[in-house]
Design a protein around this ligand. Structure first.
Ligand code: COA
Ligand code: MG
Length: 275
């Protein structure tokens, strides 16, 4: 069954309360963080806490963000996690495909796209054996010398290119974070934007964001009804040999039937989750 990653919640590895709290939250994945949310003095204790907590998250996918391999902690983080075995390792500050090669073992690597060089190298990074591309918009904007713009206008090109690179190589694609904690409608709009650009889900920073992301990144009841109608129409005997048919006053092609089947598969995968 396909992976469901509507909501990927960052949890600071140095925050025991948050590590505990996430065990009962309805996010599809937890991203236990050893990097930017953890201060240097706490890097080693956070690593130990995260390794000890890894198996506590039930059906949630558990990925751990290590420190960059160029940092003082990256190599030890990687060695510890190869023992502890999370479902995935998030590699920050990726610049080139060889960064992925350095982290790759038998645990899937999620490549953070958060540097200007990573954007230039998207095709090679996506083809390097990574499992997921995960946007790091805060770092990327800083590296670009850009600021936050309404509607993320200065990131549209990156959103498109990251999703295209991911799809071309069959990888997952997770959108970046939304920093305001008190703007539910702005958050919902940014989730919808990420979904419409093609992302599987969104990086989250607070439990209050989970429900909205889960809703926006799931097919709606109308989407599912429409998808079932399209699949059923192509299954009719008179339509079996046809590449395009008329349905409810518009043309529907076989590619739409394939997309509809994906919507149904995704809805089934979501329904099968018990969070
Ligand atoms: N994961 C798990 N639990 C979280 C959480 C998170 N990311 N953020 C908040 N919580 C918990 C709090 O512990 C608190 O639990 P409790 O009331 O049951 O004890 C509850 O949710 C409400 O938290 P709240 O008081 O609203 O937030 P805060 O002021 O404690 O924390 C942040 C705000 C932004 C510091 C916090 O949400 C956070 O650390 N987010 C993640 C930051 C991060 O990982 N950044 C790096 C990636 S960009
Ligand atoms: Mg970052």
């Amino acid at each position: 069954m396909e992976k469901v990653r509507r909501s990927v919640l960052y949890v600071p590895g140095s925050n025991p309360r948050a590590l505990e709290k996430a065990r009962g939250l309805p996010c599809d994945a937890v991203a236990l963080d050893l990097e930017d949310s953890v201060t240097p003095e706490l890097k080693v204790s956070a690593r130990q806490a995260v390794c000890a907590a890894l198996k506590n998250y039930g059906p949630r996918e558990v990925v751990v963000r290590i420190n960059a391999l160029s940092s003082a902690w990256g190599a030890d983080d990687l060695a510890a996690l190869r023992q502890a075995r999370p479902d995935g390792i998030i590699l920050p500050k990726v610049q080139t495909a060889s960064d992925i090669a350095a982290a790759k073992g038998d645990i899937p690597v999620w490549a953070m796209i958060e540097t200007a060089r990573a954007v230039l190298n998207l095709a090679a990074i996506a083809g390097s054996g990574a499992a997921v591309l995960m946007l790091g918009s805060n770092d990327l904007l800083a590296d670009m010398g850009a600021t936050v713009m309404a509607g993320r206008q200065n990131l549209w090109g990156v959103l498109t290119q990251a999703v295209i690179a991911a799809r071309a190589h069959g990888l997952g694609a997770i959108d970046g974070t939304f920093n305001p904690l008190d703007d539910a409608s702005g958050f919902a709009a940014e989730c919808a934007q990420g979904r419409d650009f093609g992302f599987d889900g969104k990086s989250l920073i607070h439990p209050g964001q989970i429900e909205i992301a889960n809703r926006v990144f799931a097919p709606s009841a109308d989407d599912i009804t429409e998808a079932r109608g399209i699949v059923a129409a192509f299954a009719k005997a008179e339509n079996r040999e046809r590449g395009a048919i008329a349905l409810d006053g518009r043309m529907v092609e076989r590619l739409h039937a394939q997309a509809a089947a994906r919507v149904i598969a995704r809805a089934d995968a979501i329904a099968a989750r018990e969070l």
